[in-house]
Design a protein around this ligand. Structure first.
Ligand code: URA
Length: 248
C-alpha cells in the first residue's frame, strides 16, 4: 500500500483557509493546533494526509477541515447562483466561510440555473470534475420539470430521436429520455449539459418550464433527508455512483 502524502502543517492550514502562513505560525505558538491529543509545536512539521485527520487534529478546539480532495453534494435551493461572477447569493455562501479561501478552490460540477433546485456536486478535485462533465462520460442527469402547459404526448419521441436542434446551436442534442408523470410534470434524463438545456428543450416543443429540480446524477440520488441549502461530503462509493450510468 502506498503511503499517504505528507505536507507541512503551515502549508496545509494555509491551504485550508485558516490564514496566511504567518497566521498559522501564530496558531501554533498559541498551542491552538492539537494532533493526537498533543499541541503541535513546529509549524513546519510534516503531516500525513490520512482520511482520518479531522478526527485526529483540532484547530482552536474544532476538528480540522477535511483536506483536498473533497467532493460535496448540496441540495441547491431556489434563488442562488452557481457562479462567483453572477450577481446574487451563491452556493459557495452556503458553505463555511473559510472554505472560500481553500486552495485548490471549490467549484460546482456543472451549473444549475438560479431557479433550479436539487442535486449539485461541488469539488476541488479537477480530475473528478472533468470525468463527470466530459461529454465522453455520458453521466445521465435526471430532472423533474413542471410545465406551464400539459404535455402533448409526442415530446418523448422528439427528445429520444437525437436530432433536436436548439436555437443557435450547430449540433443536435443527444437522445434524451422523457417520462410523463402527470399532465404538467415530466421526468427528463439527459446526458449533456448545454446552457439552459432542459428549459430550451421544452421551449423547442412549444412549452415552458415553470419549475425545475434535479434529483439524480449518474446513479447518485439526492437524499430525501437533505434539506434545501444543506450539503454533505460524498463517500467514495457515492463519488463512484455519480459516474455510473444506472441504465447502461
Ligand atoms: N437545464 C436547465 O434548463 N436548467 C438547469 O438549471 C439545468 C438544466
Amino acid at each position: 500500500m502506498s503511503r499517504p502524502p505528507a505536507v507541512r502543517l503551515d502549508r496545509l492550514l494555509a491551504n485550508l483557509g485558516y490564514g496566511s502562513r504567518r497566521e498559522v505560525h501564530a496558531l501554533v505558538r498559541d498551542r491552538a493546533v492539537i494532533l493526537d491529543g498533543r499541541p503541535v509545536t513546529d509549524a513546519g512539521a510534516r503531516i500525513s494526509l490520512t482520511p482520518d485527520l479531522p478526527g485526529r487534529m483540532t484547530v482552536r478546539g474544532a476538528p480540522v477541515d477535511p483536506p483536498a480532495p473533497l467532493v460535496l453534494m448540496m441540495h441547491k435551493p431556489e434563488g442562488v447562483v452557481c457562479s462567483h461572477r453572477e450577481p446574487g447569493r451563491s452556493v459557495y455562501e452556503l458553505l463555511p466561510p473559510r472554505w472560500r479561501s481553500r486552495m485548490p478552490s471549490l467549484s460546482t460540477i456543472g451549473r444549475l440555473d438560479r431557479d433550479t433546485t436539487g442535486l449539485l456536486l461541488i469539488t476541488d478535485d479537477g480530475d473528478y470534475l472533468h470525468r463527470i462533465i466530459s461529454p465522453r462520460s455520458h453521466a445521465p442527469k435526471r430532472y423533474i420539470a413542471t410545465l406551464l402547459s400539459p404535455l402533448r404526448g409526442d415530446e418523448g419521441e422528439v427528445f429520444a430521436r437525437g436530432d433536436l436542434m436548439l436555437d443557435g446551436e450547430e449540433r443536435p442534442l443527444a437522445p434524451a429520455v422523457l417520462e410523463a408523470l402527470e399532465p404538467l410534470v415530466a421526468r427528463l434524463t439527459i446526458t449533456e449539459g448545454r446552457y439552459h438545456q432542459v428549459r430550451r428543450m421544452f421551449s423547442a416543443v412549444g412549452n415552458q418550464v415553470v419549475q425545475l429540480h434535479r434529483d439524480r446524477i449518474g446513479g447518485l440520488d439526492l437524499p430525501h433527508d437533505l434539506a434545501p441549502g444543506d450539503w454533505k461530503r460524498l463517500t467514495p462509493e457515492q463519488c463512484a455512483a455519480a459516474l455510473m450510468d444506472p441504465g447502461a
